[in-house]
Design a protein around this ligand. Structure first.
Ligand SMILES: [Zn+2]
Length: 367
């Protein structure tokens, strides 16, 4: 019996695209590939964009290329910028990186630099001139950037934070930029680079600011929003159901399905249990017609009940328009060279597992 997710839950049968997946868990690269392959199958994915987070693992971009190569043509790669967190992080360094990654065959960029944790560590605003050449290159070549901007508002109030968020260092203190500060920074970027194809992850935490979100959409024709949970946006959509549904209808060409699923499947836990929560929250909200509750959140959601063309755009067509019918070709020699250069740095932050993974990757791309 077919126990795949869409059959279990009675979702639309057509294969879909996930624009927001990570491979942040540390494991041998071939194990990552196996889990992601299983995930693609179980959730009926025909395409997925994997978003690198090199702040946690400097080999992430190369693991991402390896996955893309092994699971071709289903996987698309969004690279992350590498930082030294010192004077070496110049505009020229960032430009050099994006040019190299683009030649290697990346399909997009993941910017985690708007997350307060990384923003703080960098000590740079998103509108810092150090990023200008990079933005300009992405605008010129229309390389989509998936941007994580800010955090849920609770992260600025230590009394409202859950243990998980606290433990991960996501508390935003009085020294940190506020959410408005971050929005101001990105507004300056967009004023300078108005055609930049920015995809705001997590609906840019604007579920209850639909007028403002619409204004952004109208001002900058190349920006998009993704639906990756935080569940808070779906609570807000439920509260302002008519306005939210109208927003989706109006901007249906600029909204992308995403989940934050990742390469982790503990023993004895099914994929449905591990990654199903996020997938089901988004899919149920888009497709179902009756009010529902999710086990982890005790608030009722009133779903949109979409079908047909609008659903196809959010699930598939918008992804293909942005990232292409097939992923960009990989330059094997250049990827091997880049991975070797990283190895040669002998960075003490690279664990034995990361090093081992780099050897596997180099071996693959040198063949
Ligand atoms: Zn994410």
């Amino acid at each position: 019996m077919d126990r795949r997710n869409h059959i279990l839950h009675g979702y639309a049968p057509e294969p879909i695209c996930d624009a927001h997946i990570h491979i942040k868990m540390q494991m041998p690269v071939n194990a990552t590939n196996y889990v992601i392959g299983e995930l693609m199958e179980h959730f009926n994915y025909e395409r997925a964009l994997i978003c690198s987070l090199p702040i946690y693992d400097r080999t992430d971009n190369y693991r991402n290329f390896y996955l893309k190569s092994k699971l071709a043509p289903k996987i698309y790669t969004a690279v992350g910028l590498d930082h030294h967190f010192d004077a070496r992080d110049t505009a020229e360094y960032y430009l050099h990186q994006i040019k190299q990654y683009h030649k290697m065959g990346c399909d997009g960029v993941k910017m985690f630099e708007g997350k307060v944790l990384l923003h703080r560590k960098l000590g740079k605003k998103l509108c810092d001139p150090a990023f200008d050449l990079f933005y300009s290159y992405c605008e010129e070549h229309q390389i989509p950037i998936t941007l994580h901007l800010g955090d849920p508002l609770d992260h600025w109030d230590i009394t409202k934070m859950n243990d998980y968020a606290l433990k991960n260092g996501w508390y935003c203190g009085p020294e940190d930029p506020t959410r408005e500060d971050l929005r101001e920074e990105i507004d300056q970027v967009l004023q300078k680079f108005p055609k930049l194809p920015l995809i705001f992850a997590h609906f840019n935490y604007m579920g209850d600011e639909l007028d403002r979100a619409a204004k952004m959409m109208n001002t900058y024709p190349n920006i998009c929003f993704d639906l990756t949970p935080g569940g808070e946006m779906f609570i807000a959509f439920t509260e302002h159901w008519d306005a939210a549904r109208a927003f989706f209808a109006k901007y249906q060409d600029r909204i992308l399905y995403g989940t934050d699923s990742y390469n982790w499947r503990p023993k004895d836990v099914t994929l449905e249990e591990q990654n199903g929560k996020r997938v089901n929250l988004v899919r149920r909200f888009l497709e179902e017609t009756e009010v529902f509750t999710e086990s982890t959140m005790n608030t009722p959601f009133k779903p949109f009940g979409f079908s047909g063309e609008i659903l196809d755009k959010i699930y598939r067509k918008n992804f293909i328009r942005l990232f292409g019918e097939t992923p960009r070709p990989l330059n094997h020699a250049l990827i091997a060279e880049g991975a070797k250069a990283l190895l040669a740095e002998k960075d003490e932050n690279l664990t034995p597992l990361m090093t081992e993974n780099l050897y596997t990757i180099i071996d693959h791309f040198e063949k």
